[in-house]
Design a protein around this ligand. Structure first.
Ligand SMILES: C[S@@+](CC[C@H](N)C(=O)[O-])C[C@H]1O[C@@H](n2cnc3c(N)ncnc32)[C@H](O)[C@@H]1O
Length: 203
């Protein structure tokens, strides 16, 4: 089983964002070492881990920890979550988690999954701007993509460089949407070909 914990500095960045009233979910909890530390601060911590071999014995988990052995993509998130933690640099399902958390009303997502370095805190209540309305500069999208929207360099300042726009429908989203549409068209074509062949065989 392949998993490696993060360092103490990364955990410190997460822990400083946790408040006593928080109901936290750790998506991909590993061996629950961060869950246990967060449980020392928060009201409740849900730890969701896909690998059963990493689940802690029930008698070793603090009373305010709920340990779930499940695939976090499918497991329905409880609607009392206030803060989510996603420490997974190679995550390829960021948008799934982002949408699920928004739907439950979770306020904050602490993650390294988008920039894949350091830790960012995303305010999930903040509305995203459409990529096409986003000015030149750094952006991070709800789909997990990050990048720099180009523009005239003479209009760009050091202050602009310190800001990241939270966007929706970035070029990567459009590419995925187009690919999905193409896939649906091909699927539909195959379906109708198959049905024509069946009719032909049955004649
Ligand atoms: C890099 S580790 C982070 C562990 C923990 N959050 C920490 O910081 O100590 C990521 C964990 O996510 C788990 N994981 C990956 N995909 C998952 C999924 N779909 N559902 C639940 N857990 C998952 C992996 O098994 C691994 O233990």
């Amino acid at each position: 089983m392949l998993w490696a914990p993060y360092d103490a500095d990364t955990y410190a960045l997460v822990l400083r964002e946790i408040r006593p009233a928080d109901v936290v979910i750790d998506i991909g909890a590993g061996d629950f070492r961060l869950v246990t530390q967060m449980a020392g601060i928060a009201h409740t911590v849900y730890g969701v881990e896909i690998h059963s071999g990493l689940m802690p014995p029930a008698h070793q988990t603090p009373a305010n920890v709920v340990a779930i052995n499940a695939d976090a993509r499918q497991w329905p998130f409880p609607d009392d979550i206030t803060t989510a933690v996603l420490l997974m640099r190679h995550c390829s399902h960021f948008s799934t988690y982002y949408q699920k958390l928004k739907t439950t009303g979770c306020k904050k997502l602490i993650t390294n999954a988008r920039w894949r370095m350091g830790v960012e805190v995303i305010d999930l209540r903040q509305p995203a701007i459409e990529y096409r309305h986003c000015p030149m500069g750094w952006y991070a999208c709800q789909c997990g993509q990050v990048g720099f929207k180009p523009g005239p360099v003479e209009l760009y300042s050091w202050a602009d460089d310190q800001h990241t726009y939270e966007v929706a429908n970035c070029p990567n989203c459009m590419k995925t949407k187009k690919a999905n549409q193409h896939y649906e068209i091909v699927k539909e074509d195959r379906r109708s070909e198959l049905s024509t062949m069946k009719q032909w065989v049955n004649q």
